[in-house]
Design a protein around this ligand. Structure first.
Ligand code: 5MM
Length: 339
């Protein structure tokens, strides 16, 4: 098997412990420029670097955000930006006790030879980029792979290519004592039912964890960021909150080792209320069966109400910040099954 990766397991474990202390979760604010612009366009907001900076300033300066959020995932544009008063966002977060993280993938690109499937890129030069972001203050990182369900997909080739990249990314992070968030997202787009999502998610997880084992990833020093097991947005049958919670927990119990300390879900396009209610049902109904922390790493399900209220207008900052604070507080309640 060769020599093990040299890493400081205690550093990794301490970071994870701090990220999720006091029932906190993560805020994903790492939209790439295209995604952020898409969300701005839908909300009627001008799509410029300055508007993205102003929006991210609104988020990181939200009063009390640190009560609910232990870590914020940033995009490479954002990690070097400052408030209008010239304070680095990373310093604002760190001072508030929110650990800065960085999205390291370079996006999901069409997979050659495999129609409708994508493979996430970004491994070249990754060791150097990790070292650079670590110097800036990032203590954890994220890499997202996307798996679509459809006619004849996902293919084994798509799953294998994506989990291979996730494992190599995770190894490079751990080598630098940076906690990797491993995010294999099975998309909600499509007409598939809950069982199909269950089957694909289980398959992806099993192949992923075998790959993580092969690449010597320390499971105690990583965070898993999966989708919930849920019917596709175009499915004619939508399930109850309790059914989604049960399917998700059962699927993860089948496929995720107990050594993984924390599972922080993505919201994947669910409404803020649905994502919170699903997380709540899992923690409420399965309290005594969960070997891992079940928490949140939402982007849209935390930010959307605030973005809609802001509308790009400074006059709405207070209201938007209040919505962001309230929403993240509800997710902390859901982490305890008390929503
Ligand atoms: C915030 O969006 C993240 C980056 O996506 P792009 O590279 O497509 O811009 C994304 O990885 C996000 O962190 C997760 O998917 C969780 O977001 P949601 O909205 O699904 O909770």
């Amino acid at each position: 098997m060769g020599k093990n990766i040299i890493m400081n397991k205690e550093t990794l474990k301490n970071t994870i412990q701090q990220l999720f202390a006091s029932n906190k979760g993560l805020l994903a604010m790492d939209e790439s420029t295209d995604t952020c612009n898409k969300r701005f366009a839908a909300a009627g907001i001008e799509q410029t670097v300055e508007m993205r900076r102003r929006y991210r300033e609104l988020i990181v300066t939200t009063p009390g955000l640190n009560e609910n959020i232990g870590g914020a995932i940033l995009f490479y544009e954002t990690i070097r930006q400052q408030t209008k008063d010239g304070i680095n966002f990373i310093d604002v977060l760190t001072k508030a006790g929110i650990i800065p993280g960085i999205k390291l993938d370079m996006g999901a690109k069409p997979m050659a030879g495999f129609q409708d499937e994508k493979v996430t890129e970004g491994l070249d030069g990754l060791r150097e980029r990790i070292s650079e972001y670590k110097t800036l203050g990032a203590r954890f990182a994220k890499w997202r792979a996307v798996i679509a369900i459809g006619d004849g997909i996902p293919t084994m080739q798509c799953i294998e290519a994506n989990v291979h990249a996730l494992a190599r990314y995770a190894a490079l992070c751990q080598e630098a004592d940076v906690v990797p968030i491993v995010e294999p997202e099975v998309l909600m787009d499509g007409a598939h039912n809950l069982q199909q999502c269950f089957d694909v998610t289980e398959q992806v997880m099993k192949i992923l964890f075998y790959q993580l084992y092969k690449y010597k990833i320390c499971l105690e020093g990583m965070i898993l960021k999966p989708n919930m097991v849920i019917a596709g947005t175009k499915s004619t049958v939508q399930n109850s909150k309790d059914e989604v919670a049960e399917a998700t927990v059962n699927c993860l119990l089948q496929s995720v080792p107990a050594a993984v300390p924390a599972i922080a879900f993505l919201s994947g396009g669910q409404s803020a209320n649905d994502a919170t209610a699903h997380l709540n049902a899992m923690n409420k109904n399965f309290k005594n069966r969960l070997p891992w922390i079940l928490t949140f790493s939402f982007a849209r399900a935390i930010q959307q109400p605030a973005l809609d209220a802001w509308k790009g207008d400074d006059a709405n900052i207070k209201e938007a910040q209040n919505l962001l604070y309230q929403r993240s507080k509800l997710d902390v309640a859901a982490r305890q099954g008390m929503y």
